[in-house]
Structures are given as C-alpha cells and as structure tokens.
Design a protein around this ligand. Structure first.
Ligand code: TRP
Length: 341
C-alpha cells in the first residue's frame, strides 16, 4: 500500500494574515481529505529572525494554532497533526548530518537566503535551509516506494528551499543508499498577495497586513487606506483594474462575483475607488467571518493536547527515519557493537 504524506510549516512570529492564506493555507485545507498531514510550527526556524523575542514566539505558537483551525485545519482528525519543531529532536540530529552534504556556497546562492539575509547573518540563519530540508525529509515514507508521495504545499518563495531539499535527498541516496523520497512541491495559485500599500509582498514587518483575526471595523479601515490606481482621481476617470491591488484582492477573495463587470465599470469611469473599496471590505468581512467564528471556538479546545499528540506522531516517524539514516551512514557502528543496539 502506498503512503502519501503532506508536510508543510510556518514560522510562529505573529498572527497570520491574508498573504499567508492566499500563498499557502488555502491549499492546505483540502489536502486533509486525502493525506496524512503534518503541519509544522517552525519555532526553531523562527529563532533565526527572532532570537531576541522568545516570548513573541511562545505566544505565536498559540496564535498560529488558532489561525490554522480558523481557516479549517482540523487537528481532531486522526490524519491531521500539528507538530512543534523544537519538540522533535530527530530534526536537529538530521539537520547536523545533512549540513555535511551541503556546500556553504550553495546556501549563499539560494535566492531566498539572499533576499532575507542581513550583512552579518548568524550561522543558524545561514543553515536554516538545511534544517528545512530535515523538516521535510524526516517524514519520508520509509522504505520509500515508487508509489509513495511526500507533498509540500508552500508559497512560491519557498521553492529554492524545496530544490535544495531534493538535492540533499539525491546526494544522500547516492552516497549512502536509498533512504529518502524526493518531495513534490505544490504551489498556490496566487503566489504572492501585495500588502495594503500595493507595493510590497504582504508582510508583518512592513506593516501592510490584514490579519485573519482582524475584526470587521479594522478590516474596513485598513481597506480604506489601500493604495489604488494613482491615475484615477475622480470616479469618472478611467481606471486600470489589472494594475490595481484592490482589484487583485477582489479577484483573490471575490468568489463568485462578476469580476469582468467590476473591471469594465472601473475602466469606463463608472465605478469609483471609494465604492470599490467599500465592496472589498464587505467581501473580505464575509470571507473572514467564518474564520473568526471557528477561531473563537478554537479558544475552548485543548490545543496543547493536539500539539503534544501531533508532535508525538512526528517523533514516531522520526525514530524510524533516523534509525535508517544512522544505519546507512554506519553510525550504528556494526564493527564496534556487532549490530547490537
Ligand atoms: N520557511 C517556512 C516559512 O518561512 C517555514 C517552514 C519551516 C517550512 N519548515 C518548513 C515550510 C518545511 C515548508 C516545509 O514560513
């Protein structure tokens, strides 16, 4: 029988926002129906940027679980596991072994690392792609069969890390024998949602986010501040909807609404930005309402128990993988211990 698993993760560095939803979370939800899913809260990776704010990470682990349940992930299902990265020591061990297989220059060339790194990055920061490879490959179905799958649904900025992960899998298998399955990336439709400034990717550090937990008044006021087509000043000016972030949000969250008509009315000067934004706030609020309701319900659930159970299942799998890894690398020392453990 083939084994199909999903592994993906997020850094707990604050409440999740619409950018997380569009780029990643949206595609995670349906996977729960056909896979054993591991949703990793990457608290160790969060330390690469927030080593001076451990209390924020601590709170965010809780927030992330609420946001996840809000969007429809369900840790009450037997096949859905919330995993705390620091609770799985096998990940740390695998990271160390993998780090021997990765030339440092390869990490320096990684475009995501290039974009994120400061002028004097820590060793921990520079090696996080290796740790991310461990996050993924620890969940390899072992022994891997051709019909097995390890699916990694992520936003497009994570692609360099998944390519690096598969290079590690190939190198390991070639050097030590086949232990790992290469992962299969799955990228969301709208890779990147701009922030409300319309310029940059939505990101907490840029202060341009709409959070999943924002209430309806906050959403209204954030949408009012949104950047629109600068050449459309009066209602009757012809707009350029395909270059307007407000229209992009209508596309991402408008569901069944008639977008063609909206674009047409905008470009013909029949729809003004104020009205278009008022519609968007309503659209976003009706999208967010069920998320807020499930999030509020989740406050009453035993989240710690789910995280503990999910992490235990991850450790169980990690134990099997690590035994195979140590054996493949001769780290079980048959000549010393005679194969006795
Ligand atoms: N790098 C991801 C982020 O910044 C988080 C992450 C950690 C991850 N480990 C992972 C994503 C493994 C996918 C697979 O949000």
């Amino acid at each position: 029988m083939s084994i199909k698993r999903v592994l993906t993760g997020i850094r707990p560095t604050g409440a999740l926002h619409l950018g997380h939803y569009v780029g990643a979370l949206k595609q995670w939800v349906p996977l729960q129906n056909s896979f054993e899913c591991f949703f990793l809260i990457a608290d160790v990776q969060a330390l690469t940027t927030h080593v001076d704010r451990p209390e924020l990470i601590e709170q965010s682990v809780h927030e992330v679980m609420l946001d996840w349940i809000g969007v429809g992930l369900d840790p009450r299902r037997d096949n859905v596991h919330f995993v705390l990265q620091s609770g799985v020591p096998e990940l740390t061990e695998l990271t160390v072994y993998f780090s021997m297989l990765v030339p440092f220059s390869e990490i320096e060339r990684n475009p995501t690392i290039k974009a994120e790194r400061s002028s004097n990055p820590t060793a921990g920061f520079m090696t996080y792609p290796v740790s991310q490879a461990a996050d993924i490959l620890l969940f390899t179905p072992y022994p891997p069969q051709a019909s097995d799958a390890l699916l990694v649904p992520v936003g497009e900025d994570q692609i360099p890390h998944l390519e690096g992960t598969n290079r590690i899998a190939r190198r390991f298998n070639k050097q030590y024998g086949r232990v790992f399955l290469e992962c299969t990336p799955q990228i969301g439709e709208v890779g990147r949602l701009p922030g409300i400034d319309g310029q940059n990717k939505m990101s907490k550090s840029l202060g341009n986010v709409i959070s999943l937990k924002d209430d309806s008044k906050t959403v209204e006021s954030l949408v009012k501040k949104m950047f629109t087509d600068p050449t459309k000043i009066r209602l009757s000016d012809p707009g350029h909807p395909f270059e307007c972030p407000v229209y992009l949000y209508h596309q991402a969250f408008g569901g069944s609404e008639n977008l063609g008509e909206r674009a047409d009315r905008c470009s013909r000067g029949l729809l003004g930005c104020v009205d278009c934004k008022r519609d968007l706030a309503a659209t976003l609020n009706s999208f967010l309402e069920p998320i807020r309701a499930r999030r509020a319900e989740a406050e009453k659930l035993p989240l710690g128990d789910y995280l503990y159970q999910g992490t235990s299942r991850a450790k169980q799998i990690g134990k099997v993988t690590m035994e195979a890894v140590r054996k493949a690398m001769y780290l079980d020392y048959p000549s010393v211990f005679g194969g006795v453990k």
